[in-house]
Design a protein around this ligand. Structure first.
Ligand SMILES: [Zn+2]
Length: 413
């Protein structure tokens, strides 16, 4: 009989729209930066909604909120759905908010239908996912997963010098329980895709199997400044010519590892940056990503070899520093199966997908079984006030969330 349960898409939509009115943007989106008065108001609205359906609330000392609906067996760890309520300064209405309110809508549906699960169910709100007020991003799920020390997280400051810890206390969301101590049996995060794939392939659901790995590099190429008019072409040591070759090499590197790899040179500075001097020095950044750890390592080796070849050919020197290495994450096989099974039973068009962006789920998966559910967003656009998604797709993702939670909340017999 539970298989006939469906969420109320209109109610989900109205909740998302009501949340968007807190810290409204100029162009239809939202500005609800972490731990501001707007964030407090958004949290209060969410907590009020959860209390209306009988949930208890626990807040940890990173301000993460866990709203709990009891099951028959309080010994079992809870099955948790959620995401974040903070936004970018010019944020959309859906990024993060959807995952939290889809979790709430799943619980509301069970409440309306008087369904009790075996394991307890919870909805989580992770603090400061966006990282636009306090860097780094995903800091509270990072503390939960043991990636950051709590003192480090509390001491992060915004541009006006206020610390994350002080702001947590100021808005009344510094809880008692140590972050990381709250048990999670399984975590499911529903989210808009923030990319174009589902929309282009007309799939309603992305069954997310993991997040891609990434490595970041700083590259400094050193040649020799000299006169653009009187230095013959042979014998020049032009750092920018080498940089140009390296940029196109980085592009080809991703194409060699198609279709899953991406690689980007996003930043460059040229010295002395004068039209009649041959550039003696260039700094550029390289970002390479791949969902497969071995392939990412291969890309990294190839990148290094190609850079060295190019530098030697032009008789230059360089420093290539790897400044960040984040391995790919693989989500939990049972959580993925619960999402895939619910999607199939509900008859939604779907595909497997790897998350290109970082999410709280990509942190928590290091310490608890986790997976994600993606739904399409218009043009793949996100971190933009024009971010938009269709009610039908949000409803479909929420139905998948509900049924995946129901599956995970019944221990295998
Ligand atoms: Zn998000």
């Amino acid at each position: 009989m539970n298989e006939n349960l469906r969420v109320d898409g209109q109610r989900l939509w109205h909740s998302i729209m009501a949340m968007a009115e807190i810290g409204p943007g100029q162009h239809g989106g939202s500005c609800r930066l972490a731990l501001t008065d707007e964030d407090r108001a958004g949290r209060d609205l969410f907590v009020g909604w959860c209390r209306e359906i009988g949930c208890s609330i626990e807040i940890d000392d990173m301000g993460n909120i866990f709203a709990r609906r009891e099951g028959r067996n309080a010994v079992l760890p809870p099955v948790v759905a959620g995401s974040h309520l903070d936004t970018q300064p010019h944020g959309g209405r859906f990024d993060g908010i959807y995952g939290v309110l889809a979790g709430l809508e799943a619980l509301r549906t069970l409440h309306d239908n008087d369904v009790t699960t075996e394991a307890p169910l919870e909805v989580v709100v992770w603090t400061n996912e966006e990282g636009s007020r306090f860097a780094p991003a995903m800091i509270a799920s990072g503390v939960y997963a043991g990636l950051f020390e709590k003192d480090y997280a509390w001491s992060r400051r915004d541009s006006e010098g206020r610390s994350l810890g002080e702001e947590l206390s100021r808005i009344g969301y510094m809880g008692e329980k140590a972050c990381g101590d709250h048990r999670i049996g399984a975590l499911l995060e529903a989210h808009i895709e923030q990319g174009p794939i589902l929309e282009a392939e007309e799939k309603q659901i992305g069954v997310v199997i993991g997040g891609q790995g990434q490595r970041w590099y700083d590259l400094r190429i050193k040649g020799r400044d000299s006169h653009a008019g009187s230095t013959p072409m042979p014998g020049r040591r032009d750092a920018l010519v080498a940089a140009a070759e390296i940029i196109s090499m980085v592009q080809n590197l991703a194409l060699d590892f198609a279709p899953d790899a991406v690689a980007t040179v996003g930043e460059m500075s040229v010295l002395p940056n004068s039209r009649n001097t041959i550039p003696g020095e260039v700094f550029l950044t390289i970002d390479i990503r791949n969902p497969d750890e071995k392939k990412l390592a291969e890309m990294a080796r190839e990148l290094r070899a190609c850079v060295i070849d190019c530098i030697d050919k032009h008789q230059l020197e360089c420093d290539l520093d790897e400044i960040w290495d984040k391995p790919p994450v693989r989500f939990d096989i049972d959580c993925i199966a619960a999402v895939a099974g619910a999607t199939r039973d509900l008859g939604y068009a779907s595909r497997q997908i790897v998350s290109g962006a970082g999410h709280d789920a990509c942190q928590v998966c290091l310490v608890a079984p986790t997976s994600m559910i993606f739904v399409p967003c218009a043009g793949g656009l996100s971190h933009n006030e024009a971010e938009s998604a269709e009610l039908e797709d949000l409803e479909a993702g929420c139905n998948v969330l509900l049924h995946a939670m129901l599956t995970l909340a019944e221990p295998a017999g």
